[in-house]
Design a protein around this ligand. Structure first.
Ligand code: EPZ
Length: 429
């Protein structure tokens, strides 16, 4: 397995191109199952999760064509996928595939909405927590799906089609909201989703579905209304920029010092995180091209942060912020409210010399004057990248093992950082 080797202590200066968002690309690809026509997606990042989802969709009979680059096109621009779900040959998503990527459970919604049936493996727990799917099932049941759970599979049936309904989520769920929107798009009548997730990726998927002929309003607010339509058609859609990748590189720059333009980034997608970076001592400037992040001279200040659904501070940036706060002048507190076990990075950061104390869902981080390089590994992608951030500032060599996790969600991380002056390289396994 590949490893990433970092020699810490280099400032970051230059430009980093922000890729299309992983967490919009995955549901957008899944939404292609709703139509017989081709969905064209631009700005798709090259990630292991995208490749895996291609395989999962392929199992249902979906044809994915990756368009090559045209001459003169910037090699850093994302790829274009042509996705055709004309012939769905199988409505089962097997354990071997779903267990590798939780979001693939979401295929249940378009399959039952269009084909009247789906059999999808329960995803099981994962490194960041138990992660149940009860709310996704509740939403499908409200829309008239009969659900049975058998042999680890959720079997969904709606032979006469789905019916619009009122869905009130007791807890904000991104996957539940995606599932409800996709299923309701092809239901008879009107669906109202209350307490919907407001994450920008929900709005991006709704925009794409509307281009395909769906009638969705209110996406991006906590009340979404969907008028069902009998059929969706093909469309072309550009994936929005990745706010978590943006926040990750912004924290890397705050960690090392320097001045970097995060090209294509949209500040409004991560205002809460940019505000925290400002409090920590970084200068964040929105520009026509993206967001510029700099830290020159000033030391890092401690912060108090609690993760929350959008527009709050994202759980997907919690590990990276913790890495940054290991070097702050003082004590920070970070509370994780979304996933109960998302602290896999803590012990690895401690191996690099960080002082972190965990008490339930709150981590207390006493900043230290320096970190020392060491071999480290992590079991989820945001935790892995937090170790890269720490390694960029640690004295000597940090070797990040199990790079597979990084490749799931960060496109060419070592290349992007090396171009800005980091001493970082990938070593083949
Ligand atoms: C999405 O996961 C993201 N994944 C996650 O990104 C992200 O951390 C998470 O939203 C929160 O922002 C994708 O978009 C592919 P949820 P999702 O349903 O949809 C509980 C990353 O690193 N819950 O919003 O699975 C759940 O346990 C990742 O890119 C139920 O109780 O998250 C959690 O506590 C990992 N029952 C909370 O809701 C349910 O049926 C929010 O989860 C569903 C969720």
């Amino acid at each position: 397995m590949d490893r990433i080797r970092i020699i810490g202590g280099h400032r970051l200066n230059g430009t980093i191109q922000i890729s299309g968002a992983k967490n919009a690309t995955l549901p957008l690809m899944i939404a292609s199952l709703l139509s017989e026509d081709t969905l064209i997606l631009d700005n798709v990042p090259q990630l292991a999760d995208v490749v895996l989802l291609q395989r999962i969709l392929g199992n249902h009979g979906v044809d994915v064509m990756i368009a090559g680059k045209r001459a003169g096109e910037d090699a850093n621009n994302g790829r274009t996928l042509h996705i055709s779900a004309k012939h769905i040959v199988d409505t089962t998503a097997p354990y071997e595939l779903v267990s590798k990527m939780r979001a693939s459970f979401w295929v249940i919604a378009p399959l039952v909405a269009r084909m009247g049936e789906a059999k999808v493996s329960m995803p099981g727990g994962c490194a960041i927590g138990t992660r149940p799917v009860d709310l996704l099932i509740m939403a499908l049941e409200k829309l008239g799906t009969e659900i049975e759970v058998e042999g680890g599979y959720v079997i969904a049936r709606a032979p006469k089609g789905l019916c619009g309904a009122e869905i009130n989520f007791p807890k904000v769920t991104v996957g539940g909201t995606h599932t409800a929107i996709m299923a309701a798009s092809l239901a008879h009548g009107t669906t109202v989703i209350e307490n919907a997730a407001r994450e920008p990726e929900i709005g991006d998927v709704a925009d794409c579905l509307n281009k395909m002929g769906a009638k969705i309003s209110g996406a991006g607010t906590s009340r979404i209304v969907i008028e069902g339509v009998p059929k969706l058609h093909g469309a072309r859609h550009t994936v929005l920029p990745d706010r978590i990748e943006t926040g990750t590189y912004a924290m890397a720059v705050a960690m090392t010092g320097g001045d970097v333009l995060l090209q294509n980034a949209r500040p409004e997608l991560l205002q809460a995180a940019l505000d925290v970076l400002g409090q920590a001592g970084a200068t964040v400037t929105p520009t026509n091209e993206g967001v510029r992040v700099a830290r020159n001279g000033a030391g890092l200040m401690p912060v108090e942060v609690t993760t929350a659904p959008f527009p709050g501070f994202p759980t997907d940036l919690q590990a990276q912020l913790m890495a940054l706060m290991t070097r702050a002048h003082g004590t920070s507190h970070i509370t994780e409210t979304i996933f109960e076990n998302r602290f896999m990075h803590v012990q690895e950061l401690v191996r690099l010399g960080a002082h972190i104390h965990l008490d339930g869902e709150t981590a207390t981080i006493d900043g230290v004057p320096c970190l020392k390089g060491a071999p480290v590994m992590a079991t989820d992608l945001r935790a892995s990248v937090s170790l890269v951030i720490a390694g960029l500032a640690a004295e000597g060599e940090t070797m990040v093992n199990r790079v597979y996790h990084l490749d799931r969600g960060f496109e060419r991380v070592e290349e992007k950082l090396a171009r800005c002056g980091a001493a970082i390289e990938r070593l083949g396994g």
